[in-house]
Design a protein around this ligand. Structure first.
Ligand SMILES: Cc1cc2nc3c(=O)[nH]c(=O)nc-3n(C[C@H](O)[C@H](O)[C@H](O)COP(=O)(O)O)c2cc1C
Length: 210
């Protein structure tokens, strides 16, 4: 069977999308508003773009209730800076609680009990409990509508990578120490390092090379 997304209610299209594009990594994004109040929220529409320059992106959708933009996007529009903190299993519940629709003046770090650590280049603080934190400067925002179900793509340039020495060895990240969490559909998460397997990448055979 097949279905044209525009023929569906946006909520049903959303369910098909998040059930198909799995597992998704989670950008735990910290920002600050114009009064300096910190904001923290998870975004699983998140991926890398390229390494040089190091570019990443995530997508805040419009609020399902009223089509308003989320606090994270408003803060980035205002001061062009954010930090992407990588979520490890021990803080999954706290990360999930920051997704509650708090009023903009609420500091989610304080509500869920996560600690701030100052960033080096950007103003938004990092999440101390996260083993990897990417300080980012806004490169571009692409907007795809202003109604519930629509959203934006935030593209950022990583200007500094912080890594806890426990998870970083010989130029590589130790997955068992990082214990990354991914998001599936609905309220289902996955332990991304728990059930992995190795597959060698084959080279193009020399005898076929012209
Ligand atoms: C694991 C997880 C992943 C999420 N991913 C997204 C996402 O990719 N895009 C989005 O718009 N909302 C996503 N949300 C919902 C936002 O985190 C939620 O709307 C939050 O209140 C936004 O906060 P803000 O208004 O402070 O920016 C996600 C929630 C959870 C728990």
């Amino acid at each position: 069977m097949h279905v044209e997304p525009h023929s569906l209610q946006w909520q049903d299209a959303y369910k098909l999308m998040i059930g198909s594009i799995v597992p998704r990594p989670i950008a735990f994004v910290s920002t600050i508003d114009e009064h300096g109040i910190a904001n923290l929220a998870p975004f699983s529409f998140f991926t890398a773009i390229c390494a040089d320059p190091m570019m990443v992106c995530f997508a805040p959708m419009r609020r399902g209730t009223d089509g308003a933009i989320k606090d994270t996007l408003a803060n980035i529009q205002h001061n062009q800076e954010f930090v992407i903190n990588i979520v490890s299993e021990p803080i999954t519940a706290q990360m999930n609680d920051t997704a509650i629709e708090f009023n903009p003046e609420v500091d989610e770090f304080e509500v869920v009990g996560l600690s701030k650590v100052s960033s080096t280049i950007v103003k938004p603080p990092r999440v101390a409990e996260c083993a990897i934190q990417l300080e980012c400067v806004l490169e571009q925002i692409l907007d795809y509508g202003s109604h519930p179900g629509s959203g934006s793509l935030v593209i950022g340039r990583v200007v500094l990578i912080h890594m806890n020495e426990e998870v970083y060895k010989d130029g590589k990240i130790d997955m068992s120490k990082l214990a990354p969490i991914g998001r599936m559909a609905g309220n289902v998460f996955t332990r991304a390092a728990a059930d992995t397997f190795t597959l060698e990448r084959k080279k193009f055979p020399d005898e076929l090379r012209r």
